[in-house]
Design a protein around this ligand. Structure first.
Ligand code: FE2
Ligand code: FE2
Length: 137
C-alpha cells in the first residue's frame, strides 16, 4: 500500500528522500493497523505518531523555506494545506489513544494515504517544474 514509485518523484532529490520517509512511516502504521490481535500496541503507535509529528514539522518547514527563498507564487495556498495536515494530526493526537488503539492506527493510515494522494501527488507536483527551473534537483 505504501510503496514509493518513481512517478511520485518531484524531481528534487532531498524532497524525494523525505517523501520516502513518509511512505516508510505509513507502512509501519499500516502493519500495526492490520494486526487483528488483542495485544497492546500503544507504545508502537505512539512511537510512529511521535516520528510522524517531528517528520511533519521538519518536512513542511523544509518545503516552505525553499518556496520563500525562491518566491514560489503558490506558497500561500501550499502552506495553508500544510497547516491543514498539522491540524488533522493534532486532532488524532488529542483522542484517548490508549483506549482506541485500532481506531487511531486506522486514522493514521488514512492520514498518510490522504497526504500522499491529495498533497504529494497534487500540490507538491506543482512546484516540480518551478524548482527545477531554478536549478534545484
Ligand atoms: Fe512534501
Ligand atoms: Fe508540501
Amino acid at each position: 500500500m505504501f510503496k514509493w514509485k518513481p512517478e511520485f518523484s518531484v524531481n528534487v532529490e532531498e524532497i524525494d528522500k523525505q517523501h520516502k520517509r513518509l511512505f516508510e512511516l505509513g507502512g509501519r502504521i499500516y502493519d500495526i493497523a492490520s494486526l487483528k490481535d488483542s495485544f497492546d500496541h500503544y507504545d508502537e503507535i505512539m512511537e510512529v505518531l511521535d516520528e510522524l509529528r517531528s517528520y511533519t514539522d521538519y518536512h513542511f518547514k523544509y518545503e516552505e523555506k525553499l518556496m520563500t527563498r525562491y518566491n514560489f507564487e503558490g506558497y500561500e495556498e501550499h502552506s495553508f494545506e500544510h497547516l491543514f495536515f498539522m491540524k488533522k494530526l493534532d486532532r488524532i493526537e488529542k483522542k484517548d489513544i490508549d483506549s482506541a488503539q485500532n481506531e487511531t492506527a486506522l486514522d493514521l493510515v488514512k492520514f498518510v494515504a490522504n497526504w500522499i494522494e491529495d498533497h504529494i501527488l497534487k500540490s507538491d507536483m506543482k512546484y516540480k517544474d518551478f524548482f527545477n527551473s531554478k536549478g534545484i534537483r
